[in-house]
Design a protein around this ligand. Structure first.
Ligand code: HEC
Length: 418
């Protein structure tokens, strides 16, 4: 597995969140996860989240309108379709009560929630409010109230509204993922991606009607137009989405933002959820997938092929079609998936830096290890003389460097991207 840094990109399995287990077995009897009844969540990246959020808000708006339409026409079933994605149907009775039995892919409240592996959060902000408490033990004022010290640790207003707003702006203005040019194999693979039926769930592009992502406070889940205080231009250089003819932007996310039953094999064992809920996952957005191993909600798949073969439930038929392809044909699909890149690649930058640094090994080193011997003599010109005298023995030198000498430069490079 390639080394992956969790900077803007996904984290490795070591960065997984262990969510609310009541059992965490220490005895490894097969599989290594025995007696675990929490959720095990691999962190996805945030690139392009502004576009994803707007697609979700517009879908929610459409579905809420269709619900009003159903209430206005009692007894007539209304198909729930937004942006070409089907969410089943609903029907209202004369009393205005809505029957949601046939609603699929979204909760009965008809709020599309793109964030969280299970599709739990409608916006980045909603995710962050939850994550602040869960990961950092910080209570946002907008959750517990202004001036309220709910956890009684002597501090009120641990995270203020402004803090969360700036986080929201940061995440939703991150660059969108990119696509490399497709060569012959990748073009063929993209065709197969269609003909196999992967696109049923992994919709290549969803279009928005608006160009601006509305930031709202407080957020009303069922009403994306309520309480707007700021708008983010998604076509601005960052996040850099392409404009479409409708006046909105194209979001090439490779997802339908629906939740799907992925079968028992992929399902979780979370004690606080029903068996059905445990099998539901939102369609993973495949943009950037070339750079984001490991895969699936818990990072169990180290390769793209493993990830595809682990599909079950609603995806079983399509998965079997992929499995039945010849190796060469499967490779074409993989070649296509490998064109889906993150806008910057921390892991690649790390490797490039290490290689380059290795080449020029003696530079940074000149100060470190050699200074004791030759540095003093050579005085101010220690750097160049150290460089010329010292024989090149690179691999060891990298290991010997003090982190202080190369780490800031690496971070600088990571911040610049590739
Ligand atoms: C019925 C809907 C559905 C179909 C059809 C489907 N997928 Fe998926 N796919 C999903 C869901 C849902 C996930 C996320 C599962 C999880 O989080 O564990 C996923 C995850 C993935 C991942 C892992 C992405 C990541 O970042 O973790 C890859 C790769 C993938 N699918 C490729 C494919 C390919 C290729 C096909 C066609 C052969 C396909 N899928 C067909 C729903 C589907």
């Amino acid at each position: 597995m390639p080394p992956v840094l969790g900077i803007g990109g996904v984290g490795g399995s070591n960065a997984n969140a262990i969510v609310k287990p009541t059992l965490l077995g220490s005895v490894d009897i097969g599989g290594g996860t025995n007696q675990f009844d929490g959720r095990f969540a691999n962190p996805p990246f945030l690139f392009g989240s502004g576009g994803v959020e707007l697609v979700g808000l517009e879908m929610t708006r459409d579905l809420q309108r269709l619900k009003q339409q159903a209430i206005a026409t009692p007894g007539t079933p209304v198909e729930l379709v937004s942006k070409g994605v089907h969410f089943g149907s609903l029907v209202a009775n004369a009393a205005g009560e809505v029957d949601t039995t046939n609603v699929t892919g979204v909760k009965p409240d008809l709020v599309v929630r793109p964030f969280g592996r299970k599709g739990q959060f409608a916006t980045v902000r909603a995710f962050d409010v939850d994550a602040m408490g869960f990961h950092f033990g910080m209570q946002p004022s907008e959750l517990v109230g202004d001036g309220v010290d709910a956890d009684q640790d002597g501090v009120a207003d641990e995270i203020k509204r402004g803090d969360l707003s700036s986080l929201h702006v940061f995440a939703t203005t991150l660059d969108r993922p990119i696509q490399d040019r497709r060569g012959r194999a990748a073009t063929q693979g993209y065709r197969r991606f269609h003909s196999l039926g992967c696109v049923e769930c992994h919709r290549p592009t969803l279009e928005t009607e608006a160009r601006r992502l509305p930031l709202r406070l407080p957020e009303v889940e069922t009403d994306p137009r309520a309480n707007i205080y700021y708008g983010i231009d998604l076509a601005a250089p960052a996040p850099g989405f392409d404009r479409n003819r409708a006046g909105g932007v194209s979001v090439p996310l490779f997802s339908d933002l629906r939740r799907h039953d992925m079968g028992a094999g992929l399902g979780e064992n979370f004690h606080a959820a029903s068996a059905e809920e445990n099998r539901l996952f939102i369609t993973a957005r495949l943009w950037g997938v070339a750079d984001t191993a490991p895969y699936l909600h818990d990072g169990r798949a180290t390769t793209l092929t493993d990830a595809i073969l682990a599909h079950g439930g609603e995806a079983q038929v399509v998965r079997d079609r992929f499995a039945a392809l010849s190796e060469a044909q499967q490779d074409e699909v993989l070649a296509f998936l490998r064109t889906l890149r993150t806008p910057s690649s921390p892991a690649k930058a790390l490797l490039a830096y290490m290689a380059q640094h290795d080449e020029a090994g003696s530079h940074a080193d000149g100060h470190g290890k050699t200074s004791g011997k030759s540095g003093k003599k050579s005085g101010k010109s220690g750097k160049s003389s150290g460089k010329s005298r010292k024989p090149r023995r690179r691999s060891k030198r990298v290991a010997h460097q003090k982190p202080g000498t190369w780490w800031p430069k690496l971070l600088e490079r990571l911040a610049r991207g590739r």
